[in-house]
Design a protein around this ligand. Structure first.
Ligand SMILES: *Cc1c(COP(=O)(O)O)cnc(C)c1O
Length: 228
């Protein structure tokens, strides 16, 4: 078995045991493979080991890999910060966007979504770590943003996404993810998605209701951002 295939089976076991610990069906937790900085060949290996959903943070890098992998039926998720001038390419080339945190970006994605494609699945990124995080909508602004996005024609608001400040303290992890889950419930909208949990905290996220865990390091190994 390749390292990536081995990592996927280790992750499947982590997800299974975290879900069972809170009487959740493991099948209700999706594994989103976060492939930023990794070559298309790694995504192909993950596909061969059964994964279909891939998350990318950088548009140009993602488009390059999409072009190399057109022979595979992959589902692409955009999970990085979004600049206005990138919305058209995102609307045209992804099935999901997890990192919407302001209305202007959502409006552009809706306007620019090609009519031949199904609605773009959207998660609102919410900031539950206060000043420690610069991205994400504030909990105060969330209800109005969620209402406004729900009304946009070519988007389907699915739920919330969060990247809490990293900590090894399981109680702190639980508290952050529980806050996201509570915010979602308070919206009173028909939402089915909580995108939360990464390599180091997926167990806490699953305990608090995650439906996508976004995993990079534990799947593909450490990332190397260094320039040669
Ligand atoms: C990089 C990244 C991840 C994956 O993080 P790991 O700790 O490597 O699992 C998940 N979500 C987002 C938004 C990311 O940018």
């Amino acid at each position: 078995m390749s390292t990536i295939a081995e990592n996927i089976s280790t992750l499947a076991e982590r997800i299974r045991s975290a879900a069972q610990a809170v009487q959740r069906d493991p099948a209700s937790v999706g594994l989103l493979a976060v492939s930023k900085t990794k070559p298309a060949s790694d995504l192909r290996e993950a596909y061969d080991a059964g994964l279909r959903d891939f998350g990318e943070n950088y548009l140009q890098e993602a488009l390059g890999k999409q072009a190399e992998l057109t022979d595979l039926p992959l589902i692409w998720h955009f999970i990085g910060p979004i600049q206005s001038n990138k919305t058209r390419a995102i609307a045209e080339n992804f099935a999901w966007v997890h990192s919407v945190d302001r209305l202007k970006i959502a409006q552009r994605l809706s306007e620019q979504r090609p009519p031949a494609l199904p609605p773009l699945n959207i998660c609102i990124q919410v900031n539950v770590s206060g000043e420690a995080s610069k991205s994400g909508c504030s909990p105060e602004d969330l209800p109005a943003l969620a209402q406004a996005i729900s009304a946009l024609p070519n988007l389907k608001l699915r739920g919330l996404m969060a990247i809490p400040e990293p900590t090894d303290d399981r109680d702190e992890q639980n508290a952050s993810f529980a806050a996201v889950s509570t915010l979602q419930a308070q919206l009173g909208l028909p939402l089915d998605t909580l995108s939360m949990g990464m390599s180091h905290d997926l167990e806490a996220a699953i305990a608090q209701g995650a439906t996508w865990v976004r995993i990079g390091t534990a799947l593909f190994g450490a990332r190397d951002y260094g320039q040669p």
